[in-house]
Design a protein around this ligand. Structure first.
Ligand code: P6P
Length: 336
């Protein structure tokens, strides 16, 4: 049973003992993400010192080439996951192709693949707005002992064994699920320890916050326009409040705590929307559903969609179940 202020390490060990049949590799995988997130958090929090440490592409006072933070984050997560002998392949928003990891004995015996957005919303760093890391974990489906293939990554989200995010905000939090609920851990940077601050996170069944980039209103499908007008109408418990940070992890994290819906729809400018199915929408959908919320493309469950490409985009409606269902109603009833 999760106890508030338990450390992440204690929680993983307790969780591990609850599932004696699992080999502990998944626990070690979560541990490696915990470590990488600490390292990235340190760099993200220094980003404000760019005049002192130098912007990306420049050399800092030590004469070292400053890396873009999303490149840095990508390298740190890849390095940490590779060193732990757990993962046989990694797909990242930063890499066109997936990365094959042979394992120490070069025998491809590791059984998990990880898909990730190492630093989502990185354009917000220059304006000191929170950013996040998003990750999704599957068991490989091709035979052990062979190199991982694209088939191992193009699995529907309902096959995920773990998913989570790190939000580098006013505090740094790791929020994840292994299919047994959602738990949030807050990092104490002074000692580098994560504490269970948000046990058993639950999306409120409804809410009064809607998150969407209304600047694209004229390009939205009619169903989305109708839903926005519904949110703004002076009726019942409305108008709702519009809150849009422009950082997926932060918008969904706030909505999970307060209740709300996040929408990134398709538009006349982007026929499948902007967000990526594999390493943004599927992991956030797993978290949302495990917390009692809902995630769809406006019509079908996100986690039932069979992926066709590593970086494919998908419209995304995610949040409090009743709010997503209401938005889906408008999508279904809108004229084509
Ligand atoms: P827009 C960040 O670039 C991101 O991928 C998400 O984190 C965020 O919700 C969305 O794009 C913001 O996109 O088009 O509204 O600026």
């Amino acid at each position: 049973m999760a106890r508030k202020n338990q450390t992440l390490g204690e929680f993983i060990i307790e969780n591990q003992s609850a599932f004696p049949y699992s080999s502990g590799e998944l626990s070690r995988l979560i541990n490696s993400i915990r470590l990488a997130a600490k390292v990235v958090n340190h760099e993200v929090n220094k980003a404000g010192l760019v005049d002192i440490i130098g912007a990306a592409g420049e050399t800092n006072i030590q004469g070292e080439e400053q890396q873009k933070l999303d490149v840095y984050a990508n390298e740190k997560f890849i390095q940490t996951l590779t060193n732990r002998e757990i993962v046989c392949g990694i797909a990242s928003e930063e890499n066109d192709e997936f990365i094959t990891i042979q394992g120490q004995n070069k025998d491809h015996q590791n059984k998990y693949v990880v898909l990730m957005d190492p630093l989502d919303g990185s354009s917000n760093i220059d304006v000191n707005v929170s950013v996040g890391t998003i990750f999704s974990v599957y068991r490989r489906v091709t035979p052990l002992g062979t190199p991982v293939t694209e088939e191992d990554f193009l699995q529907p989200g309902n096959q995920q064994v773990a998913a989570g995010y790190v939000v580098y905000g006013t505090s740094t939090m790791l929020v994840y699920t292994t299919g047994h609920g959602v738990n949030g851990f807050t990092l104490n940077p002074a000692i580098g320890t994560y504490y269970l601050s948000h046990p058993n996170m639950q999306f409120p069944d409804s809410g009064r916050i809607y998150s969407i980039n209304e600047g694209n209103y004229n390009h939205f499908p009619q169903g989305v326009k109708d839903y926005i007008k519904y949110c703004q109408a002076e009726e019942e418990d409305r108008p709702y409040t519009s809150r849009y940070i422009g950082s997926l992890v932060s918008d969904i994290h706030r909505n999970m705590i307060k209740g709300g819906i996040y929408i990134y729809p398709k538009s006349s400018k982007s026929s499948n929307g902007k967000l990526r199915l594999l390493y943004e929408c599927n992991p956030m959908a797993f978290i949302a559903e495990q917390a009692g919320g809902k995630a769809s493309d406006g019509f079908q469950r996100i986690m039932d969609i069979k992926p066709t490409e590593l970086h494919q985009r998908i419209p995304f409606f995610c949040g409090s179940k009743k709010m997503v269902e209401k938005a889906e109603e408008f999508m279904k009833n809108a004229p084509e």
